[in-house]
Design a protein around this ligand. Structure first.
Ligand code: HEM
Length: 186
């Protein structure tokens, strides 16, 4: 429901900041991930792979932090005028995004362990191996990571498409709830 001054309840600033930092990282990760596998073997490829892994682990940490934040500060309800099927689809897409933002980095991390490659977060913090070196598991996880990335692209496209539809056609303030000059935190 709009407030007395016509504004709609929005997300707290910390939730907005976490959302947009994650969005930039994930879009970059998808683009860079698809590009880097085609690079010729060399220093650039090794550096891009390292950054991909570091930012991917950062996305995992940010997602866990967001889930904790959401549990402590439940998001404002969706606009009451939203039909039930849209409400269900929105909740399903948000749930799928959270699952994929945990499964993507964990599959990458496990793939890295199975490859037997040591991992230091941003070159400093040692990251423990999740599984011992196993070439067959590495190949399987490579496929899993690839399939998950396609699913993530599909769910992100649905999420962005829904926001554009609501902002342009329905004009119900869904985007402004998540933008910094938009709805007020309840
Ligand atoms: C949100 C997190 C992540 C996203 C969105 C992401 C996305 C991607 C994408 C789109 C690809 C290209 C897949 C393809 O071949 O079509 C890729 C490849 C790869 N990712 Fe990630 N990734 C993430 C996290 C990680 C993490 C945490 C690691 C390791 C610690 C990792 C390691 C790799 C590796 C090694 C490849 C190349 C696999 C190959 O050479 O075939 N990724 N990733």
């Amino acid at each position: 429901m709009p407030g007395a001054d016509g504004s709609r309840p929005g997300h707290p600033s910390a939730a907005k900041a976490l959302h947009w930092i994650t969005a930039v990282c994930v879009l970059g990760m998808l683009g860079v991930g698809l590009w880097m596998t085609g690079l010729p073997l060399g220093l650039l490829k090794l550096q891009v792979y390292a950054w991909h892994k570091w930012i991917g682990l950062t996305v995992l940490a940010l997602t866990l932090l967001r889930l904790w934040w959401r549990w402590r500060h439940p998001p404002p309800p969706l606009p009451g005028a939203l039909p039930l099927w849209e409400r269900r689809l929105a909740h399903a897409a948000h749930g799928a995004l959270f699952v994929l933002l945990i499964a993507m980095p964990i599959s990458g991390w496990t793939m890295n362990s199975a490859a037997g490659v040591g991992l230091y977060w941003f070159g400093y913090l040692p990251i423990p191996d999740l599984v011992p070196r196993d070439p067959a598991l590495f190949e399987a996880l490579r496929t899993v990571h690839r399939i998950l990335s396609k699913l993530l692209i599909a769910v992100v496209a649905l999420h962005v498409g829904a926001v554009i539809y609501h902002d342009v056609f329905r004009r119900d303030g869904i985007f402004r709830r998540m933008w910094f000059s938009g709805g007020k935190a309840p």
